[in-house]
Design a protein around this ligand. Structure first.
Ligand SMILES: [Zn+2]
Length: 181
C-alpha cells in the first residue's frame, strides 16, 4: 500500500483528496468495509481532519451530533484484539486530544465512543474494518456559524439518521476542531 503524506503547505482542497482514499484503497486492493450506517453515508468516512502514524481522523458526513468524527485504522484489521501496542498508544493520544478539542470547541455534555462493524456482517462476505465512531452528545442546543444544533437523542444511543450540513459549515467545523486539536 502506498503512503499518503499531508504537508502543512497543502490547501484544504488538496487535503480533501484524502477523504476519497477509501475508493483509492479499493483500487489498490485495500478493501473498505462495504458500508457503515453510521459514517459511510457518502461512501467514505468523511473529510480528513488529521492523520497520525496509525490512524486517520475524519469529520463524519453526518453531523446529527455536532463534531461527530470517525477514527479509522490505516491498515486492514478486523478485531480490536489484533491491534498492536503502538496502535493503541497512538489511539489513546487521539482520544485525549479529540475530547479535549471538542470540549473547548463545542462543549458537549459527554462523548460516545463505539466500534460496531455490524453492518459489514449483513452481507455474505463480511470484511469489517477497525474504525471508531466518536459522537459528542449535547444536553443543550449549540449555536455554530449561524446554525443551531441539537441532540434529539440525548441520553440514548446515537441514531444512524443522516444529518447533512452545507459544505462551508463542514469546513468551519473542521477548522474549529483543528484549532484546538
Ligand atoms: Zn462507521
Amino acid at each position: 500500500m502506498g503512503t499518503f503524506i499531508i504537508t502543512e503547505g497543502q490547501s484544504i482542497d488538496d487535503r480533501m483528496i484524502i477523504y476519497r482514499l477509501p475508493l483509492i484503497f479499493q483500487g489498490m486492493g485495500f478493501t473498505m468495509a462495504k458500508s457503515c450506517e453510521y459514517c459511510q453515508i457518502d461512501g467514505g468516512y468523511g473529510k480528513l481532519i488529521k492523520e497520525t502514524p496509525y490512524w486517520m481522523i475524519f469529520l463524519a458526513p453526518s453531523q446529527r451530533y455536532l463534531g461527530t468524527c470517525v477514527v479509522a485504522l490505516k491498515r486492514q484489521c478486523q478485531d480490536l484484539s489484533e491491534l498492536e501496542d503502538e496502535e493503541w498508544e497512538d489511539f489513546i493520544g487521539i482520544l485525549q486530544k479529540l475530547e479535549h478539542s471538542l470540549k473547548k470547541t463545542f462543549n458537549p455534555t459527554l462523548f460516545n465512543w463505539s466500534c460496531f462493524k455490524n453492518k459489514a456482517f449483513r452481507d455474505g462476505d463480511p470484511n469489517p474494518e477497525i474504525h471508531w465512531h466518536f459522537h459528542p452528545r449535547y444536553q443543550e442546543k449549540v449555536q455554530f456559524s449561524g446554525l443551531e444544533f441539537e441532540d434529539p437523542d440525548f441520553g440514548y444511543v446515537p441514531k444512524t439518521t443522516p444529518y447533512k450540513v452545507p459544505e462551508e459549515i463542514m469546513l468551519k467545523i473542521i477548522s474549529a476542531i483543528q484549532e484546538n486539536l
